[in-house]
Design a protein around this ligand. Structure first.
Ligand code: GTP
Ligand code: IMP
Ligand code: MG
Length: 340
């Protein structure tokens, strides 16, 4: 039995979608539970040439054996939820996806309050998906919950009960966090952050699992850093340099051009400490070092890449167990066996 949590190590968009796809296909968990803020996330998943962009339902959906749950801490937008169930119809989501009955609902008014706010939308650079206003209504105890919405009746469950029963029965549970450490309301670059903490402890609470039940925390870092929206970014580089290095990026949810920077060892160290990371997944190594594209074999990596990996391990004191060398789940070096 293993209960794992996957977290973003930096400002989101670390390639969590790819890592979740890989780990959920490889390890075959019985439950895949989504934690994190809500539909402000944008996860890209790719498998056998099919590519999907998701905002709310668990990114591990390719695994048809798993039940897909959305924890009580996650904000639900009913339209996004039903659109994604339709979008992924061939993966039978309608028969195996459930939201916790206590999830707060995002309504049109939250979208208007987010997009219409100079503070949130312009100064902070929010995604405009209504998450900040919806979380604030939850704190003010005004938000509606999933159990108040008749259309959702068939899709609601008690997520903590399902997850804890699975753990007690010796089943495997995979908890997907969204966003990233630098966006945490407490530990990130406040006020340029999202509307909630985004570290492993909060993700456990989102799905109702106590800290004593968590076995692994996998922190995902990209080989360089990106950030969308405003706020401090110690290792940022200018657009021209990012272009020369071939690492420009655009957002999945907003289409905004992402700010780009170099890997930040200090951020990685603090992020691993506060998340209690036990493993690191390092993505997009092929974008920094194109020669390693799609390789699955650690020994074929150049000395320069191996050196980069050891520097990260030395700075964080956490082993790099997954190295991603391309967007497809097969483009992965899996070093976990070597830890055993
Ligand atoms: P999260 O927000 O962390 O879930 O990240 P994401 O998966 O949504 O990442 P994002 O939307 O930023 O998309 C990253 C893009 O890079 C997607 O098209 C992924 O398929 C792709 N990707 C992920 N890992 C790798 C990798 O190791 N190499 C390359 N070349 N692309 C990758
Ligand atoms: P909000 O969460 O929409 O309020 O946005 C607040 C800040 O968090 C903005 O800078 C967003 O760009 C950023 N943000 C929120 N979710 C994500 C994510 O999933 N990836 C990257 N940035 C995010
Ligand atoms: Mg993303």
């Amino acid at each position: 039995m293993t209960c794992s949590i996957l977290v973003g190590g930096a400002w989101g968009d670390e390639g969590k979608g790819k890592c979740i796809t890989y780990l959920c296909m490889k390890d075959n968990p019985n439950i895949i539970a989504r934690a994190g803020v809500g539909p402000n996330a944008g996860h890209s998943v790719e498998y056998n040439g099919e590519k999907y962009g998701l905002r709310l339902v668990p990114s591990g959906f390719f695994n048809k054996n798993a039940r897909l749950l959305i924890g009580a801490g996650v904000l639900v937008n009913k339209d996004v939820f039903f659109n994604e169930l339709d979008y992924l119809d061939k993966y039978d989501l309608k028969s195996r996806t459930y939201v916790d009955k206590r999830c707060s609902m995002i309504i049109d008014e939250h979208l208007e309050r987010d997009r219409g706010s100079d503070h949130l939308f312009k100064k902070i650079g929010s995604t405009g998906t209504g998450c900040g206003p919806a979380n604030s209504d939850r704190v003010l105890r005004k938000a509606k919950m999933a159990q108040d919405i008749p259309d959702l009746e068939k899709f609601t469950t008690d997520v903590p009960l399902d997850v804890n029963e699975a753990i007690d029965n010796g089943e495997d549970v995979f908890i997907e966090g969204s966003q990233g450490f630098g966006l945490s309301l407490y530990y990130g670059t406040y006020p340029y952050v999202t509307s909630k903490d985004t570290t492993a402890s909060t993700f456990a609470a989102d799905v109702g699992v106590g800290p004593t039940k968590i076995d692994e925390v996998i922190a995902v870092f990209k080989s360089y850093i990106t950030r969308v929206g405003e706020g401090p970014f110690a290792t940022e580089i200018d657009e021209e340099k990012a272009g020369e290095m071939g690492i420009e990026e655009f957002g999945t949810v907003t289409g905004r051009k992402r700010r780009v920077g170099l890997f930040d060892m200090d951020l990685a160290r603090e992020s691993c400490m506060i998340n209690g990371a036990t493993q690191i997944a390092l993505t997009c190594v092929d974008r920094l070092y194109p020669a390693c594209e799609r390789t699955q074999d650690y020994s074929s990596l150049s000395g320069e890449i191996k050196q980069f990996v050891s520097e990260i391990e030395d700075a964080t004191n956490v082993p790099v167990t997954i190295i991603s060398t391309g967007p497809d789940l097969n483009d992965t070096i899996d070093l976990r066996e070597e830890l055993l």
